[in-house]
Design a protein around this ligand. Sequence first.
Ligand SMILES: Nc1ncnc2c1ncn2[C@@H]1O[C@H](COP(=O)(O)OP(=O)(O)OP(=O)(O)O)[C@@H](O)[C@H]1O
Length: 707
Amino acid sequence: MSDATVLQQEIAIEQQHVDRVYTRLAELRQDASRAEKEGYRQAGVGTFGALVERDAMVYHAARRRQTLDTEHEGLVFGRLDLLTGATHYVGRMGIRDDASRPLVVDWRAPAAAAFYQATPAEPLGVIRRRMIQSTRERVTGIEDDLLDPDAAPPGMTVVGDGALLASLAKATGTGMRDIVATIQREQDEAIRSPAGGVTIVTGGPGTGKTAVALHRAAYLLYSDRSRFAGGGILVVGPSGVFVNYIATVLPSLGEETATLRSLGSLVPGWDATRVDSTEVAAIKGSLRIRRVLERASHDAVPGAPTELRLLYRGALLRLDAQALEQIRRKVLQRGARRNEVRGTGFDRVFDALWAQARDAKLSGLPEKREFESELADRTDFREFLKAWWPRFTPLRVLRWLADPKRLRAYANGVLSRDEIETLQGSFDALAEHGPTISDVALLDELDELMGRPRKAQKKSRNPFHVRDGVQEVSTFADRQAAARAQQVEREEDYRDYAHVVVDESQDVSPMQWRMIGRRGAYASWTIVGDPAQTAWSGDPDELDRSREKALGTRQRNSYSLTTNYRNSSEIFAVAASVIRAILPDLPLPSAVRSTGVDPVDVVTTAGALPATVRELAEKQLADVDGTIGVIAPVSRRDEMAAWVTGLPERVHVVTALEAKGMEYDAVVLVEPGQIAVDKSGVRTLYVALSRATQRLTTVGTNPDWHP
Ligand SMILES: Nc1ncnc2c1ncn2[C@@H]1O[C@H](COP(=O)(O)OP(=O)(O)OP(=O)(O)O)[C@@H](O)[C@H]1O
């Protein structure tokens, strides 16, 4: 029999099983929606016990239906033939037949672990591992690994032509794909790492760190749903572009509950995308800036009234600048939070005025309380208090740093002269354009330093109340669903996450570790990153210390990934040569896939650059099916975006920093020489050079720069 015929036969065998699975899936879906409808119809009748039971059933039916409704392309993707004679199918979710026999085992279940972990050296009771590829409900390919040839029964066939490599060669869409069918052993170990403590995953470009982090989140939700869905999982990535790129992975695994945030959007109210220069980011990211902010948070308000004059029952009550300053300093001593002690500040003003009124022996002076309410009723007095001690928002105080005199005063003795000079001007655009990504961590710090302005207490909502007037007919399922919805929405600045995942962790500054740490005080963590890709140009020890502080004394479990699945070996060779120039001993991952296409380097003149970039992008459009990344130096993004306007949406223009974590089928990297201006620039260039799966073209005006 020819290989092709054997393959077709095996495909037909697997198709039979896959058909059974989809038939069963349709039945389960029907059962679940029937149970759900039935429960709703009967709600409100019967004994309390019967109601609770039925409600619980409805709730489970509703959840089950939701899971069953998720799109299930490639629902079954694996099969294990075991020494015991049993056969297990592995898939995106667990499904049983009507006699409760498993038709598919969920990929996260312990019984599925061997699918990812078995090797010929350690077969874990698996004779043959089979990967099943499908399009919609049709099986299209099979890839076998014979792990224990001696134990193979006669007639066991082995077919396949590299499912992993085939999956890697597929064109990239705009979002990242899940890798559930082809997770590799070293990745699986990190995914199934213990739920507690800190899991640290390191590895070079394209080794699947992001994929591992997201599949780990799905694994945790499966293995302890009440803990992780209840408390919530926070996933932090470097930029909004990146967060959009990874946003579909968890939903494709049937998990919707994780919260995804970029470093610029971790603090409610902000979605920062502006970046500072590397030098400015290093100062704003350093813990020393905290002292600068602390001083600002205690300083007098610009333009605040310097004295208070009040005519009261014919007498002049007066607090001069010195008296007001004394009150302010006294109230703000010992780390008091400005917004929280505002009332105390006002009380001290009343006290000082009361003392004056008493000393003046005014006739008809009422009791102190009456005196205070008389003053409090006066508009001029209220206006004074508001101007003298307003409610502060973090943004308002951060904007004071745009004033060179104030900046110098706050930073004096904390930052060097050069640093102060570098920082100058970097807060100027705050008012008009909002914060930079680094500023967001400073706003969070100020929020902590000043405390919250007291808000009127919101009436707390009863999570079990569904709609007015329908409480008595709502089922337990409705109420659970309402409670869950509220839980998933969470309060705006929710901080009690059960698990925090930090991607591209090498780029998180000390101040940003503080910001993330505040949201993970009770969490277990997964930290993934590659130190060689860091853009941080500040003190590396300070960075390590602040990360360690955020993670606390929790147990550490470390994993390293060694295979680059993204780049062709030809492309990674170029990236490797660049990083080797500054880190000659750095261990690098091996790129497993060769395309036979070498990267291209084009040198041109400044005048011809725009047209050349456009031509090169057009050429990539013809050469590859998927996405094309045009990567620009940070300061030239908009200019270069104009060069390729009007090209199809497959062409994305990003800065070298925004390219962190991203992946494109082809990359046109513009002016690499302008990215690699210093050591941290070389690292950023290394990142940019390792983004492409199929084609890499570098183009610039500097003939001395060579990949
Ligand atoms: N086991 C696998 N099977 C199929 N594809 C994989 C596998 N592991 C990783 N990949 C693919 O390799 C590419 C790189 O993965 P990912 O972005 O997670 O790597 P990374 O280590 O985070 O990279 P970087 O540090 O460069 O940002 C992605 O397209 C991912 O889907």
